[in-house]
Design a protein around this ligand. Structure first.
Ligand code: GLN
Length: 486
């Protein structure tokens, strides 16, 4: 049952082979059986899910053609869900029940999707390993001693273990793609502005973007179809017309030009990961693609510029959590200052506090020009590297991360080693282009993702390229033994 795609389930639901209520009950039972080992959910919404499933069964009986109708999915616990606890994996929001719905979750509800619950994540989406959660680390279903990646680690682990058909994630510097890579699933970070950020708890507003995490590119296409498009509630949401993301999945790849950035294959890349990526590229050559070496000369500046820009925006965004209006408030404050200080000191975890301090410093008088402004200038250079590259090639390919999933605790005391994990993903967010991670093989028994990057608003092309690979290979159908044994 864990191998079922959105398309095949949609057929079964219409053929009345199974009802959405039955399907939802199956998934809720799997969550009960397996999530004790994974910790991928913060909240499971049994009653809400079953009521939505009942409504979806009626929609389907009435002739709904929505591919998502009746499909059990999960949302990263950063999307505000009306009436449902939304914590962002922080003590600061341990009791926050939003009075409104995010655009992403609202659109998926309107498509008839069933919400099984809210998934675990790094606190406020800050992290690369899902170890920064107030609710405890998430485990990788392929090896319970390893991290699932972060920050959307709960979504990735839940999809990989078959605890939901698909899930939502968000990606500020890699948080959809890196956990997708570590857990052997498909994930898409759309172009900045393709999907509305309304109702997403902000980390770094100029970088944050929501996207689908699912078993296959085809499933990602169905979800993107539901969530993409203009939203008047988000002033940075683009009004570029959406495409039919499932229509051209099968288009042949003859003549496709793939750029391989030489900087992506240098020092620091694990040999096993490199071999998987090279083999994947050969598979694309068999499918008719041509390969060209390119250069993204400012890649090595992406970590320092991102780790100035993202904390700066975070320090500003997170100033709203002051213990006054919602969320955590310290016990018996002496005065207003004491309440601010202790609420924030007790409510935020260590990594979040560190980033607020770094960001506040970078934005402060006297340092703004030296750090923030300089980082913004580098951001422009990084963007220009991509613009130039896409004059020569249709897509760019490379690894998602330098290694496979690492051990739990292996990098928690070494923030630089943790930040270096993001070397291949950050520049994509700084430029604002779309990128995917798809399963491409294994190294030392752990999944390896191939990253496919595209020009602005070429999501349909990326999904086509990924889908053709998935028709020619079966990496995306592999499931961890933990899921099979259930
Ligand atoms: N690992 C990066 C960070 O900690 C990216 C996280 C994300 O994309 N939300 O900032």
């Amino acid at each position: 049952m864990v191998d079922q795609s959105i398309a095949s389930l949609a057929k079964k639901l219409r053929a009345k082979e199974i009802s959405s209520v039955e399907l939802t009950q199956d998934y809720l039972a799997r969550i009960k059986q397996l999530d004790g080992q994974l910790n991928s959910f913060i909240t499971v919404t049994d009653e809400v899910a079953l009521a939505q499933a009942e409504a979806a069964d009626k929609l389907i009986a009435a002739g709904s053609t929505s591919a998502l109708a009746g499909i059990p999915i999960a949302h990263k616990d950063l999307f505000c869900t009306n009436g449902i606890l939304t914590t962002c994996a922080s003590k600061m929001l341990y009791n926050f029940v939003p009075p409104y719905e995010s655009t992403v979750t609202g659109r998926m509800l309107a498509s008839g999707a069933v919400t099984l619950g809210k998934t675990n994540m790094d606190e406020f989406a800050m992290g690369s390993s899902n170890e920064n959660s107030h609710f405890g680390a998430v485990k990788n279903p392929w090896n319970l001693d390893k991290v699932p990646g972060g920050s959307s680690g709960g979504s990735a682990a839940a999809v990989a273990a078959g605890l939901c058909v698909a899930a939502t994630g968000t990606d500020t510097g890699g948080s959809i793609r890196q956990p997708a890579s570590f857990c052997g699933i498909s994930g898409l970070k759309p172009t900045y502005g393709r999907v509305s950020r309304f109702g997403m708890i902000a980390y770094a507003s100029s970088l944050d973007q929501a996207g689908p995490m699912a078993r296959s590119a085809e499933d990602c296409a169905h979800i993107l179809q539901s969530i993409a498009g203009f939203d008047a509630n988000d002033s940075t949401c683009s009004d570029v017309a959406t495409e039919d993301y499932t229509a051209n999945l099968d288009s042949p790849l003859d003549g496709l030009t793939i750029g391989l950035p030489k900087e992506y294959f240098g020092d620091g890349l694990d040999n096993g990961v490199a071999t998987v990526i090279q083999d994947a590229v050969k598979e694309f050559e068999k499918l008719g693609a041509k390969v060209k070496e390119i250069s993204l000369p400012n890649l090595n500046l992406s970590i320092p510029s991102y780790y100035v820009i993202a904390p700066s925006e975070a320090s500003s965004n997170l100033s709203r959590f002051d213990g006054v209006r919602y969320g955590y408030r310290c016990e018996e404050p002496k005065d207003l200052m004491d309440m601010y200080k202790r609420s924030r000191g007790e409510g935020f975890g260590k990594e979040v506090q560190k980033r607020i301090m770094v960001g506040t410093y970078a934005l402060s008088e006297g340092y703004y020009d030296a750090y923030y402004l300089k980082a913004q200038r580098i951001r422009r250079l990084i963007k220009e590297d991509f613009v130039k590259a896409f004059e020569e090639v249709d897509v760019i390919m490379g690894p998602v991360a330098p290694t496979t999933a690492f051990g739990i605790g292996a990098k928690t005391d070494d923030p630089i080693a943790m930040y270096l994990e993001d070397i291949y993903t950050l520049s994509i967010n700084l430029a604002g282009i779309p990128a995917m991670s798809i399963p491409a093989g294994f190294a030392d028994g752990m999944p390896v993702g191939l990253q496919i990057m595209g020009n602005y608003f070429t999501e349909a092309k990326l999904l086509n390229v990924a889908h053709k690979f998935q028709q020619a290979t079966d990496w995306h159908t592999k499931t961890p033994s933990l899921a099979e044994g259930a």
